[in-house]
Design a protein. Structure first.
Length: 113
């Protein structure tokens, strides 16, 4: 019985040491984050949300971006939140990334009409 306790304690100690020494792979979403981007485009669609909206922007080159414009993110980066309408051309500055489907997203920090 005493040997069984020693074996269980040793097994538990080995398990703890092994689990602490292994590293996890970070998610692809974090790996695909780019630096701060500035994008100017015409709003083609707006989806209203709880604390802001998502605007689909199309640039003059035809590239599409989905910009998340939220009150919380704008306050965090000292930006000014403003609602825009479909058809307006705006410039957004923020953290850009792509999802698995290669769609371009921007978490907006600053918004310029």
């Amino acid at each position: 019985m005493k040997n069984l306790k020693y074996i269980l304690c040793a097994s538990l100690l080995l398990f703890i040491c092994y689990s602490c020494s292994t590293t996890k792979k970070t998610s692809d979403a974090v790996d695909s984050k780019d630096s701060i981007q500035t994008v100017t485009g015409r709003i083609t669609n707006i989806e209203n949300g709880k604390d802001g909206y998502m605007a689909t922007l199309v640039t003059s080159e035809g590239k599409t971006y989905i910009a998340t414009i939220s009150i919380v993110n704008m306050q965090k980066f000292n930006g000014t939140f403003k609602r825009h309408e479909v058809g307006e051309t705006i410039t957004v500055v923020g953290e850009g990334f792509q999802n698995d489907a290669k769609e371009n997203y921007i978490l907006v920090h600053q918004l310029n009409p």
